[in-house]
Design a binder for this molecule. Sequence first.
Ligand code: ZN
Ligand code: ZN
Length: 354
Amino acid sequence: MRRGAITQGAILRAIAEYDQLGRDEFLAKYGFERARSYVVVHEGREYDSKAIAGVAHQWDQGRPLRADEFSGGKEHAAAWLKRAGFQVKAVKNPDWARDEIILACALVRENGWKGLDAQDARVIELSGLLQLLPIHAEAERNEKFRNPNGVARKTFDIATRHPEYQGKPTNGSALDLAVLKQFLARPAEMSEVAHLIRQGVVSGELQALAPTADEEFDDEYSAPEGRLLMRRHHARERSKSLRKKKIASVLQRGGRLECQACGFDFETVYGDRGAGYIECHHVLPLHMAGEGRTRLSDLALLCANCHRMIHRRAPWPTPGELRASIEAKYAADRRAAAAIARPRGAGDDVARNR
Ligand SMILES: [Zn+2]
Ligand SMILES: [Zn+2]
């Protein structure tokens, strides 16, 4: 049986039945739960998107779809409805990302660690800025996305987590607290991060960058600069002309294109396919390097694995530090292997002597 072919007429018919039965009876009749992700909006009213798409399916395809028959994640039904020309919106706005919290935290700091009201011009300005950040897709947002009320609430969530705040903290997330702690520990650095994010969004530069491959692997805690500056950092590292110059300077001095941390040489392992391949890593995070010109000495050559490991968690180790940790791990593994290989009595001695 084909799925996915639902028409506007069938959707309108499902909506009409929904109106007639009422929400609860409609959902119960077809075995759906209340929508948690998306609702379809029709003539100013909201309807559970999956239930409407599933029921519409019976008028086009002969039988309704069950809730568990939708594939392709939570957007499946929403995508069908949109394709048929309907407006779909997110039920709940996405959680605040690190970049957004950094901007809000910078504002609270400027305000003497006090929360701000929704009428405050700075809150209204930040609300507009947050709506420009290229982090949450349009389809994930509803009409209240980062509106002044929400932004004001967030400033109180942050302010009431400050160690000197006397009362009870309002809601807020673990990430709010993590960012606040970073601001308290390194105020100048975090304010600079906020400044660079703001500047990059206002100039439109950050909106032009594609998300990096690392983003999907990293959780929110691993990039203290936030996602947007990491995109900017990666774009800078991928600059073709810089990479060429760096490689040329290494070859000129008789060096090889090998990883500065682990010694991996792409050509040795992959032959022709790997010849000339190496990644460039900028050893300074953007908020420390500033916007000035990149010096070749700030670039390190790394294999793809070591490069990813360096970016995985902050603070980033230098290539030399990563090399030292690889060597230390290797030495520890060899000692452990030697201990296992020894006859039992001798191995026990080693364990006892530790
Ligand atoms: Zn390496
Ligand atoms: Zn890098």
